[in-house]
Design a protein around this ligand. Structure first.
Ligand SMILES: Cc1cc2nc3c(=O)[nH]c(=O)nc-3n(C[C@H](O)[C@H](O)[C@H](O)COP(=O)(O)OP(=O)(O)OC[C@H]3O[C@@H](n4cnc5c(N)ncnc54)[C@H](O)[C@@H]3O)c2cc1C
Length: 381
């Protein structure tokens, strides 16, 4: 692995995450994957270790670190379990809108609870008829005095059944399309908020994915994030910061699968020798290692650029997610191949990595959408 010249603090943090992943996540990942259950016990350990506080400024009880450290943490956790890692990554996704455009009062009220892990957050953009075309959302927020009344639903919401607060984008002016949307903080106990269908998924099965429903849901005006009409903008700025998190998840999944495949190749004997002595296997390993390192280099630099406050980070953020997720899918598929028939069996952990990898090409914008974002940025210049 290349040296990325992490500071001593960054190395210590990475090593702590690695240790917790090995000791706390590894023993339970297969069980949560099989049963599709949310790992509350592990989340408690993450909370005590401060994992939910990484990007929250110190004045609100956080570590005051950046997208880079968030990526290092997500990578390490995903090396062991791409599903369990998402509990923290999705909470960061739900927290970003408050960090980016929240009022001082919103920050004071919500960030300390989210940083401590006492509360989990989630982010609600997608609707049944508005996925890639998120701007065509229908969930309505009508102002009535000092409240908004929300009606509609969001689907596939990560942490949907378990979060205490949701940053949600809804339509405040239907005549203006995406420019008529606004962002809100919705607490799970607000009247009219309901959790709907829980999804039964191919991978990341330890992550909770639910529909959330607003049935005359009362949201105080002071819970609007940013101005009316800025909802889509808040969502896009959020995704610019969070897509490297998906890249980090993908990278961790790829690295985890690669490590298993390498170990297996050195130990599996066929034709009298370890299969690692076969050039066919060696070339697969070489390609896997090269693509993983490329994804890591792009992700780390993208995260550093974002943390340095570079403007117009939409393209590098999308590039990091696009590359790492495609790498994860290819590497995990090849890892199963190296395991042969055993790779196909649930007794071995490698098939789970392949199932977990697929989602990284789909959420926070499919990879077709990432290409559109990158192309738009390139062409505009
Ligand atoms: C497990 C899981 C967790 C999720 N978590 C969250 C969450 O926490 N919050 C949230 O808001 N959303 C979440 N999502 C939603 C996710 O972001 C969407 O599923 C995704 O953006 C795609 O939308 P869609 O599923 O409606 O697919 P569609 O938009 O219907 O796309 C179908 C296919 O058409 C392609 N396509 C669509 N438009 C174009 C185009 N213009 N050009 C080229 N190809 C195109 C797509 O790439 C895709 O291959 C989650 C989804 C899943 C599965």
């Amino acid at each position: 692995m290349m040296d990325y010249f992490l500071t001593e603090d960054q190395k210590a943090f990475r090593d702590l995450v690695r240790q917790i992943a090995e000791e706390t996540v590894k023993p339970v990942r297969a069980k949560h994957d099989r049963e599709g259950t949310f790992p509350w016990d592990v989340v408690k350990v993450f909370a005590d270790a401060g994992f939910f506080s990484v990007v929250v400024p110190e004045e609100y009880g956080g570590m005051g670190l950046g997208v880079f450290e968030l990526a290092i943490m997500t990578e390490e956790l995903s090396k062991v379990c791409g599903g369990i890692s998402l509990s923290v990554a999705a909470s960061a996704l739900g927290t970003f809108p408050i960090l980016i455009s929240g009022t001082e009062a919103q920050k004071k009220k919500y960030l300390p609870k989210l940083a401590s892990g006492e509360w989990l957050a989630a982010f609600g953009l997608t609707e049944p008829a508005a996925g890639s075309d998120a701007g065509s959302m229908k969930t309505r927020a009508e102002r009535k005095g000092d409240e908004y009344i929300l009606n509609g639903s969001k689907v596939f919401i990560t942490n949907g059944g378990v979060a205490n607060c949701y940053t949600v984008i809804a339509v405040t002016d239907p005549s203006k399309g995406a420019r008529g949307t606004s962002a809100f903080i919705v607490e799970k106990d607000f009247p009219g908020f309901k959790v709907g269908k829980e999804e039964d998924k191919m991978g990341i099965r330890a992550s909770s994915t639910n529909e959330i429903i607003f049935d005359d849901c009362h949201v105080p005006v002071e819970n609007r994030i940013g101005n009316e009409g800025e909802g889509f903008l808040v969502a896009m700025k959020t995704l610019d910061k969070s897509r490297p998190g998906v890249a980090a998840q993908a990278l961790g999944i790829a690295q985890g699968a690669f490590d298993l495949a390498l170990d297996y190749a050195k130990n599996r004997i066929q034709f009298g020798h370890p299969i690692a002595s076969l050039q066919a296997i060696q070339f697969m390993l070489a390609d896997m290692a090269t693509s993983i390192e490329s994804a890591r280099a792009l992700l780390y630099m993208a995260a550093k650029n974002i943390d340095a406050g570079l403007k117009n980070v939409g393209d590098i953020s999308a590039m990091s997610k696009l590359l790492a997720s495609d790498v994860a899918m290819k590497v995990t598929t090849d890892a199963v191949q190296i395991f042969g028939g055993y790779g196909y069996m649930r007794d071995y952990p490698v098939e789970k990595f392949m199932r977990d990898a697929k989602i990284t090409q789909i959420y926070e914008g499919t990879n077709q959408i990432q290409r559109m974002v990158i192309a738009r940025n390139i062409i505009r210049g």
